[in-house]
Write a protein that binds this ligand. Structure first.
Ligand SMILES: *[C@@H]1O[C@H](CO)[C@@H](O)[C@H](O)[C@H]1NC(C)=O
Ligand SMILES: *[C@@H]1O[C@H](CO)[C@@H](O)[C@H](O)[C@H]1NC(C)=O
Ligand SMILES: *[C@@H]1O[C@H](CO)[C@@H](O)[C@H](O)[C@H]1NC(C)=O
Ligand SMILES: *[C@@H]1O[C@H](CO)[C@@H](O)[C@H](O)[C@H]1NC(C)=O
Ligand SMILES: *[C@@H]1O[C@H](CO)[C@@H](O)[C@H](O)[C@H]1NC(C)=O
Ligand SMILES: *[C@@H]1O[C@H](CO)[C@@H](O)[C@H](O)[C@H]1NC(C)=O
Ligand SMILES: *[C@@H]1O[C@H](CO)[C@@H](O)[C@H](O)[C@H]1NC(C)=O
Ligand SMILES: *[C@H]1O[C@H](CO)[C@@H](O)[C@H](O)[C@H]1NC(C)=O
Length: 685
């Protein structure tokens, strides 16, 4: 009975509304030319719009009482599709917020019933909501400028919490002892605070997408999970976009995103992009004034400390991913006495981001290894039944070497001339080198996407561009022409990521040579990594204009990373991570010394998504008991191989657990990528 979903699960498709066939993910993916590490995505599908909801029922009690509860610093109310924090200009935000409370629990977003609950209660009087976690939405106001008490402006941070114990029925509604226990409706002893990265990744989106999985994986479902949108991002306020509409950004992206290999004159291309970066920052300045001064990672770390205090927990428990590990390292060293059980997964070395272009060029180590050993090598190992590219085309068997040559020929042919394609929703289309290589790089983040990518490349090689066009168009645009326009929708907070990266390195002196130096860096980066170089370069190149508009951010962290912490942190770094190479995790470990332990996770993709029982058991023990391994570094291996996830050993006929189509796999991949790296996504063409 409890299994029957009475309400829409957040992972379910959107409720009735205008059909949005295609491009909803795109904006997230289309990078601001920044890039790095974020995670998941289409909140579209998580916060289904329900225009049919009755309004005006506020003030009523629900069977679970009234929300927000007095004294709750987050002002939590059960999430519906309307629970977006009130505007900064709102003179009475709390009243407006309380009006969003909908007393009908069938409209709330509940989690799945836990397995424990299925076994446990048989009470026939149980409510359909007992044993289910609940998604709570709230916000926290913090100072915009922590360094200036006389500046009264605030930032309003959106938070989404998955409370594992659900809600307790209000006294008046209780019927006997069935259906509630003494834990129901209470926060857990610790809360797993999560952050997907970016910069620019949305923690509330990650909470929607991943909370239930994260609490199971790291705490056997015992701890609540809380995600927040960092200042400037998504539903937090102020949100930073420097284009009035996504279409305006798209208008320039095609030209700005051209890769070096296809630029007839790399210098001319750079001059164009450089002028555009200046123009974008100028627009940011016109629209947001001094606000980009307050978007640094150090200030975000202060926000995180405010979140910890609002949770009323003595120490921070967290699962911070990708650029989120940069927030975590900064936080730990600014607030060493607040550090609890923090996992930093997909570890960068935040010190690198103080250098000119450091966010870009320190990330390049292993992207091409992932392509070579992983995408191609594991394809050959898995064989034609699991990887289309392993199909034998001639009398010669497919070897890694021959496959590598074929793919090199295919990809580089697009430098000379793109291939025409067609999709029903965009009409004419081109398979360009820049768009394809951008997609290949994104695919290295997530090996689940590889069978779909291999299928696409196989068909493309045979001259069929149908799937390539469909996949590349998925990330092409932020603008969605199927939505009414104007106002279409809120423009995405895409410029935020660049502003954070540039603010964090604002005092790094541009080397002698000016544009010549940058031109050389671009060459160097693309030669070191054909798969990641262009994307990473575009994240940092705009920074040369930052201080023209914002000479001095309000605060950056420039201290060491070896402070003595209240509790050691657990670092996880991956051997084939295309964004945060293991080398950087080890450099961080060296500086942190006894204050950290590292899991060297042998697997594919960005962060430890390539499941390993070894990694998971260390991580869970750390979160639940605070125990760290004795050794500084522990090696863990992924359970399975790409292309063979879910395929049982020795069962040659099994096709694996994936029954999804290539496009379904691809869409799921893009949703994941949008979280990890909204800015990573290729600007296409
Ligand atoms: C502090 O804030 C006040 C009020 O906004 C402003 O006038 C002043 O210039 C600020 N000081 C600094 C150092 O930013
Ligand atoms: C919740 O249940 C739905 C439908 O049964 C399932 O698809 C989904 O994977 C479950 N989510 C989690 C986190 O277990
Ligand atoms: C990752 O890159 C480093 C530096 O180039 C290299 O030493 C290491 O072998 C690479 N890792 C893998 C798994 O190829
Ligand atoms: C091209 O590929 C698409 C799907 O990827 C397929 O539906 C179509 O039949 C193929 N066209 C030809 C001519 O093989
Ligand atoms: C790029 O620069 C790095 C650091 O200066 C250097 O080690 C490397 O050899 C250069 N690579 C290329 C391809 O020029
Ligand atoms: C941290 O490292 C610096 C050198 O980089 C050293 O001077 C300092 O003593 C170290 N601090 C601690 C607490 O170990
Ligand atoms: C990982 O753990 C699961 C669940 O305990 C088990 O079924 C599986 O065999 C383990 N896999 C490996 C590679 O140890
Ligand atoms: C930001 O929040 C909105 C809800 O207003 C959601 O639809 C959108 O997908 C979110 N963006 C990201 C990047 O998650």
């Amino acid at each position: 009975m409890e299994k029957e979903p009475l309400v829409e699960h957040p992972a379910d498709p959107p409720a009735p509304g205008p059909p949005r066939p295609r491009r909803r993910i795109s904006k997230l993916l289309v990078g601001a030319g920044l890039a790095i590490l974020v995670l998941l995505a289409t909140v579209d599908s998580k916060l289904p719009f329900r225009p049919h909801l009755c309004r005006g029922r506020h003030g009523k009690d629900s069977p679970f009482g009234r929300f927000p509860r007095s004294g709750d610093p987050f002002h939590f109310i059960p999430c519906t599709d309307r629970t977006i924090p009130p505007a900064l200009e709102d003179p009475n935000p709390l009243r407006s917020w309380a009006r969003l409370f909908d007393p009908d629990p069938a409209h709330w977003n509940w989690g799945n019933a836990s397995a424990a609950d299925h076994e446990g209660g048989h009470g026939h009087l149980r409510s359909p909501f007992s044993g289910r976690g609940i998604y709570l939405c709230g916000y926290l106001d913090v100072p915009l400028d922590y360094t200036n008490k006389s500046d009264e402006r605030i930032a309003r941070l959106a938070v989404t919490k998955f409370q594992v114990s659900g809600l307790a029925p209000h006294r008046r509604h209780r019927r006997g002892r069935h259906g509630d226990d003494n834990k129901a409706g209470k926060k857990s002893e610790r809360t797993l605070v999560i952050e997907p990265g970016g910069p620019g990744g949305s923690g509330t989106s990650m909470a929607w997408r991943a909370s239930e999985g994260i609490t199971k994986r790291l705490s056997d479902g015992q701890y609540d999970v809380l995600g927040w949108d960092p200042r400037g991002v998504n539903t937090s306020l102020p949100a930073i976009s420097c284009f009035p509409f996504d279409a305006d950004r798209d208008h320039w992206a095609l030209r700005s995103g051209q890769y070096r290999e296809t630029s007839p004159s790399p210098r001319a291309q750079l001059e164009f992009v450089d002028a555009m970066s200046d123009s974008v920052f100028n627009a940011c300045y016109k629209q947001h004034g001094d606000i980009p001064r307050f978007m640094t990672t150090a200030i975000v770390a202060r926000d995180l400390e405010e979140i910890r205090k609002a949770l009323a927990e003595d120490e921070l428990t967290g699962y911070l991913v990708s650029y989120g590990t940069g927030i975590g390292q900064t936080y730990a060293n600014m607030f060493p006495n607040s550090v609890g059980r923090m996992i930093l997964d997909g570890t960068e070395y935040v010190r690198d981001h103080r250098l000119v272009g450091g966010f870009g060029w320190t990330a390049l180590d292993n992207g091409t290894n992932a392509w070579h050993d992983g995408f191609l090598g594991e394809c050959v190992n898995a064989g034609p039944q699991h990887c289309a590219l392993a199909k034998q085309l001639s009398s010669e068997p497919v070897t890694l070497k021959s496959l590598e040559n074929r793919m090199h020929t295919l990809v580089s042919s697009l430098i000379e001339r793109p291939l025409p394609g067609y999709t029903e929703f965009s009409g004419p289309s081109l398979i360009t080198y820049s768009a394809l290589v951008g997609a290949l790089y994104g695919s290295m983040y997530n090996a689940e996407s590889w069978p779909a990518l291999a299928q696409m490349l196989f068909e493309l090689e045979a001259g069929n561009t149908t799937m390539a066009a469909a996949m590349l168009e998925r990330v092409a645009w932020g603008y969605d022409p199927t939505l009414p326009s104007p106002p279409n929708k809120r423009p995405s907070s895409e410029e935020l990521g660049t502003l954070v990266i540039c603010a964090d390195s604002y005092d790094a002196k541009e080397p002698e040579g000016g544009m010549d130096w940058w031109e050389n860096l671009w060459k160097n980066m693309t030669e070191r990594s054909w798969i990641a170089g262009n994307s990473r370069f575009s994240n940092v190149f705009p920074c040369r204009h930052f201080t023209k508009y914002w000479p001095e951010p309000a605060e950056v962290y420039r201290g060491d990373l070896n402070h003595t912490l209240k509790h050691p942190v657990l670092l996880i770094a991956e051997t084939y991570d295309p964004a945060t190479p293991l080398r950087n995790g080890r450099r961080l470990l060296k500086e942190m010394g006894a204050n950290a332990r590292l899991i060297a996770h042998h697997g594919y993709g960005h962060s430890s998504r390539d499941k390993s029982n070894c990694t998971d058991s260390i991580a869970k023990r750390f979160i639940l008991e605070g125990v760290v391994p004795d050794e500084q570094e522990t090696a863990c291996y992924a359970n399975e191989k790409p292309y063979l996830y879910g395929v049982k050993k020795g069962d040659a006929s099994a096709t694996g657990r994936k029954t999804q189509s290539a496009m379904e796999i691809w869409d799921e991949h893009l949703a994941e990528l949008a979280l990890l790296s909204p800015a990573l996504l290729p600007k296409r063409m």
